[in-house]
Design a protein around this ligand. Sequence first.
Ligand code: PHE
Length: 345
Amino acid sequence: MSEEIFSKVHGVLAEINAAAPSNESELEQFRIKYLGSKNTLKPLFGEIRNIAPERKGEYGQLVNSLKQAAEAKFNVLKSTLSNKADAQESEGLDLTAPGLSRRLGARHPISATQDKIISIFGRMGFAVAEDREIEDDWHNFTAMNTPEDHPARDMQDTFYLRDYPKRLLRTHTSSVQSRTMKANKPPIRIIAPGRVYRNETISARAHCQFHQVEGLYIDKKVSFADMKQTLLFFAKEMYGPDSKIRLRPSYFPFTEPSAEMDVSCFICDAKGCSVCKYTGWVEILGCGMVDPEVLKNCDIDPESYTGFAFGMGIERQAMMRYKINDIRLLFENDVRFLKQFQSVH
Ligand code: PHE
């Protein structure tokens, strides 16, 4: 009797070892048969009653080994089958194919140039001030000592809104000077970047919209020498430590005295090239001591305070830095142009 049962168990063991489910459903049948709640091994455990007492231990071990064998087989088959599924999924996958590169965005040359200017003045303690592009006549012109018959007010230069002559598109960032002085008491030390508009014929060199950065410093005893030193530091930071500056007398209604500042040409090291028109100098900005009339207009006492101001265009500086020969490229947003600035920071 015992022998028969023993050989039956051995037979089942061989069956388990030989089983080779080749897909998920065959594996599931295997699991139900040997490991499920009504598995075929259970009756064999019951047979222990019929085993001679001296062989009960041996039988117990043998039947237990059936369960272990079924579990081990199940685990091995399960992982083999899921690997196989993965392999099927990735069939046709070429691991040596070059990856898909993600294109980085590019900084616009205007933003890059503007941010560099802001950061240089930021290190000298100038805070960024921003204000509206739709301005009123007073802040753009009157407060800035620009009399009513001044040619800059001419409708040919200025874009007015329908309520002419009340509102206009600011023609310079100097409007932020009057806004800031009206709203704050000195000391004032600001840098004001922004877009400005002039009714100009659009060409390779001129546009009806462009960007400026304005600077204003007002405190007790601010001198022309302070301005020169501030602008020299800016030129060296912006265009290289060997840069020189040159101030030429000029005229602006809101500064007295006024000057235009040139920087030694950083393209040719002042040796002479087409950018500096073989003069060795390039014009960068307008500047001067804030006219006492402007201070008065903005409720600042010119007896106690003095200040300097400057304003520079960004487009021309960006065009020189990146060797761009047509200002219109800066406003067309053509990706073929813009993506060339991916490494610009
Ligand atoms: N606002 C002047 C311009 O647009 C530049 C400037 C600003 C000059 C401040 C002097 C002082 O040309």
